[in-house]
Ligand binder design. Structure first.
Ligand code: ADP
Ligand code: MG
Length: 705
């Protein structure tokens, strides 16, 4: 077969990984760098020149001409600025290829053009990118040629975080320190570090590029702002795990190969619930690497889709009425000795360390549900959360039968004496093997579900970075661990103290456990009775960043300062307002320049036909044409009125000074006006001659790939 590839030959080929470092660095330098990467000790700047030199030679041998510090500002996308390795020619006019330790460690992009939420005035333009040596440098091959990408963190002149990576690295330090205290309490003396691991499952849509290019809404906003449902949706459940069509298969093959070369262990691929929707999941990795890899995955998906005449849509809700896309954030904590703190073992009721970890997570999620919700608040997610397809906007934990039973025993009698087992799966077919079932079924409606040896946080939007959710998870659990360790380290009798603490935490935070149908109306009411927050719109959760509770949490672990939290809140409001403003302007553009003219043409066409039929045959029945004219012109005038209204609302909202008030004006006024314009337009799509309709239909887009 011609297209056979050997995965182990290509895996990590474009990464300056451990093997490359070991081969190219002097032993002492290699050892020092590994100390930083593996043990988290501070980077010794004196080795930078040697590392830079080796990295440059490695990259140039592979055809690289440029390098770029690669960072994750608060724009939602990554940023890069390329510099050639070339420096001033020597006296013979020969080009010299240079890359110094200073250039590796520190970059100086002009920070004033990135969102800072008021952290800087524009005259304070300095910002620095700093090499994150714990996430490996890699090469990217594209139309620009080959470029060396160096993952970096991005801070202001005063050291305030302007990006998504700095707080993530800070939160990893926090959880490491506190989790080690828990391990030590249980007698673990071997682990030197505890690391959060994440496996993000990425959902996406693929549609034909030609259709994409005909839709200004997809181009400008990533989602369709108009569009009637096709006759067939996903009601037959025939797409999920369906066989993969050849064109999509070719895309998947290419994306896998490209990701493998970049050291991303793309593992699982399948069709998702909606037509044209798919999923890719990598094998989990250390959280900062997982965040970088997920960004690389999203960017690579878009690029490779283009090579196949496809467009990759990562928006949370590209099509109204069709299931949207999320990103399941699978999260766990493991020591560097390989022991997963989330592993309950066969008999969780006897695993006291696990029960303490679990009790701490229950507390963390209960106390800081608002922050978890906030960490998933991108505008696109508003169309998903709570829309009977994705988790509701209410945070709760699903643990499953086995653990819930253990908790019940602990809370009621104070002792847990047994763990329910899964039993044997019997299919009733003699030739099929019987096997031991998991102790617990799954619950797809839960936003935060225990899945055997990890928690799966399912609220994250498909287009969003997984950084913020993990900053919150790491920090809130660090706080719960710290409070537990503070208490237990002082206790005269550890065994009874830990037992009492687990019981107390479980009783206090049991309200966060829910195993029923998260999509149901009853749950909304029940959650309200339990006092759990239900922050429906993303911007409803932004104030969570400014509560004293949040400031204390993040400041005490050095993850965010009060000022950094303030700035993030302002950016969230501003970015919501900007997103809706672009959507509103795009609708105005499409309605005014494409849909209304098409409807007018259609009306003229029917009117002409009516007249000519009448001329040819005065006694013919033209009531159908007449009714059509009435119906279409009625909807047209409704559209015209709604268009004017939307223009006024968008204009009024855009001039509001305060970020928060402006965001709410867009949420409460502008999105309503947008819906009022969409409704008649979608009805018209079902009436107007297909040949005249200016936009590819939902059916064209999701079924004709
Ligand atoms: P599930 O069937 O529970 O969704 P999968 O095996 O399909 O689990 O894995 C989903 C994602 O979770 C993958 O990215 C996988 O690598 C990741 N994952 C598995 N185990 C862990 C773990 N201990 N910590 C973090 N992520 C994990
Ligand atoms: Mg999963």
């Amino acid at each position: 077969m011609s297209n056979v590839i050997n995965v182990s030959d290509i895996f990590g080929k474009n990464v300056f990984n451990d093997a490359a470092m070991r081969e190219r660095l002097p032993k002492s330098v290699y050892r020092k760098l590994k100390e930083t990467i593996e043990k988290g000790v501070e980077l010794d700047p004196s080795i930078a020149d040697v590392v830079a030199h080796a990295m440059k030679d490695w990259a140039i041998e592979r055809g690289a001409t440029h390098y770029s510090h690669w960072f994750q500002p608060l724009t939602g996308v990554t940023a890069e600025k390329h510099d050639a390795f070339i420096s001033a020619p020597d006296s013979n006019g020969h080009a010299i290829m240079e890359f110094s330790g200073r250039e590796l460690i520190k970059g100086e992009p002009d920070a004033s053009s990135f969102p800072s939420g008021g952290l800087r005035s524009t005259f304070e333009a300095r910002g620095y990118t700093t090499w994150d040596c714990t996430s490996p440098a890699f090469l990217r091959e594209d139309t620009l040629g080959v470029t060396l990408y160096i993952p970096t963190a991005f801070c202001s002149y005063r050291g305030e975080a302007l990006d998504k990576k700095t707080p993530l690295l800070r939160s990893m330090q926090a959880i490491n320190e506190q989790a080690l205290r828990i391990l030590r309490l249980f007698g673990n003396t071997t682990a030197k570090r505890v690391i959060p691991y994440v496996g993000p499952e990425q959902e996406y849509f693929l549609i034909d590029k030609q259709n994409y290019l005909k839709r200004k809404d997809l181009i400008y906003t990533g989602r369709t702002l108009f569009g009637a449902m096709p006759p067939k949706g996903q009601e037959k459940d025939d797409h999920y795990f369906g066989s993969i069509r050849p064109r999509i298969g070719a895309f998947m093959k290419d994306i896998n190969e490209e990701l493998w070369r970049l050291g991303v262990s793309a593992k699982t691929q399948h069709n998702e619930a909606a037509p044209a929707q798919h999923e890719l999941a990598p094998i989990y990795s250390q959280v900062n690497v997982a965040v970088d890899h997920n960004q690389m995955t999203m960017e690579t998906m878009k690029r490779i889709a283009g090579n196949h005449g496809l467009a990759c849509l990562l928006h949370e809700k590209p099509f109204a009425g069709i299931t949207g896309s999320g990103k399941h954030n699978n999260w766990s904590l493991s020591g560097d000795d390989g022991i997963n703190m989330m592993n309950p073992g066969e008999t969780p009721h006897e695993n006291v360390q696990f029960l303490l970890v679990l009790a701490c997570i229950m507390k963390a999620v209960d106390v800081h549900a608002d922050l978890l919700r906030e960490s998933t608040a991108v505008p696109g997610n508003d169309h998903r959360l709570g829309a009977a397809e994705a988790p509701p906007a209410i945070i709760s934990i699903f643990l499953g039968e086995q653990l819930e039973d253990v908790i019940e025993q602990l809370c009621s009698t104070g002792e847990a004496a047994s763990s329910k087992q899964g039993g044997i799966l019997k299919t009733g077919v003699a030739t099929l093997p019987d096997f031991a079932k998991d102790a617990t079924d799954r619950n797809r409606t839960s936003p935060f579900a225990f899945t055997g040896n990890k928690f799966e946080f399912r609220m994250v939007g498909a287009s969003d970075s997984v950084s913020s959710p993990n900053v919150v998870l790491n920090t809130i659990v660090a706080e719960a661990f710290k409070e537990a360790a503070d208490e237990l380290e002082k206790a005269p009798d550890f065994d009874s103290a830990v037992h009492d603490l687990i019981k107390r935490l479980m009783i206090d935070h049991k309200r966060i456990i829910f195993s029923g149908n998260g999509y149901s109306e009853e749950w909304v009411e029940e959650a309200e009775r339990r006092g759990l927050p239900n922050l429906k719109a993303g911007i409803d959760s932004v104030e969570a960043l400014r509560t004293e509770k949040a400031v204390r949490l993040f400041e005490s672990f050095g993850v965010y300062t009060r000022t950094e939290l303030e700035s993030r809140a302002e950016i969230e409001y501003d970015s919501y307002a900007k997103t809706i403003n672009i959507e509103a302007k795009t609708m105005i553009d499409i309605a005014g320049k494409q849909i209304i003219p098409a409807v007018v043409n259609y009306l003229t066409k029917i009117a002409k036909s009516l007249n000519s039929v009448r001329e040819a045959c005065p006694e013919a029945d033209v009531s159908a044409q007449r009714e059509l004219i009435l119906e279409v012109s009625g909807l047209l005038s409704e559209m015209k009125t709604a268009l004017t209204r939307l223009q006024e609302e968008a204009q009024a909202a855009s001039v509001i000074e305060s970020n928060k008030e402006r965001a709410y004006a867009y949420l409460e006024k502008v999105t309503k006006a947008m819906q009022a314009l969409r409704t008649p337009a979608d009805k018209l799509e079902m009436l107007v001659d297909r040949e005249l309709w200016p936009l590819p239909s939902y059916g064209d887009m999701v079924f004709e790939v």
